[in-house]
Design a protein around this ligand. Structure first.
Ligand SMILES: Nc1nc2c([nH]c(=O)n2[C@H]2C[C@H](O)[C@@H](COP(=O)(O)OP(=O)(O)OP(=O)(O)O)O2)c(=O)[nH]1
Ligand SMILES: [Mg+2]
Length: 131
């Protein structure tokens, strides 16, 4: 694995009433049509927490106020290897909206998602179901 090309990504598992928020990747993005946890690439000079707050604000218009780091997942796609850092977001301000044209779904961790999640997320979903 070429770690020189590792892309740091943060993603939020945003909880409400026992469900978490899934979004799809809109047309025009790499891997459009796949579903994921909201988030994105960490910018230079940013902490992970700052990156998470910025991405959730840009993509959903919410401000996370209580979140905890959960786990990491490294996955090699053809175009890049990503290091995903997942955070449980328990409290946030605002009502999530798909500001980049994403569709939103609140999913139970104990039911099959019935939408195609990005390959890196499959094992993460399986672990969520066991929490
Ligand atoms: N946000 C997010 N990205 C994921 C997940 N699983 C997964 O493999 N990825 C990958 C897809 C992308 O290669 C990368 C995230 O990059 P991105 O394109 O969404 O980054 P971004 O939001 O900063 O978007 P952009 O400004 O670069 O368009 O991580 C996930 O659950 N959430
Ligand atoms: Mg993103």
């Amino acid at each position: 694995m070429n770690t020189a090309k590792l892309t740091d990504v943060v993603a939020g598992i945003i909880w409400r009433d026992g469900r978490f928020l899934a979004v799809d990747r809109p047309e025009g993005k790499a891997m459009a049509g796949w579903w994921e946890f909201p988030g994105g690439k960490v910018n230079e000079g940013e902490t992970y927490g700052q990156a998470l707050a910025r991405e959730l604000h840009e993509e959903l218009g919410i401000t996370p106020t209580e979140f905890d780091y959960w786990r990491e997942k490294v996955h090699a796609y053809e175009h890049a290897t990503v290091r995903l850092r997942f955070y449980h977001v328990r409290v946030f301000l605002g009502e999530p909206r798909g500001l980049e044209g994403q569709r939103l779904k609140w999913l139970s961790p104990h039911e099959p998602p019935n939408v195609p999640f990005l390959p890196a997320d499959e094992e993460v979903l399986a672990q969520l179901a066991r929490l």
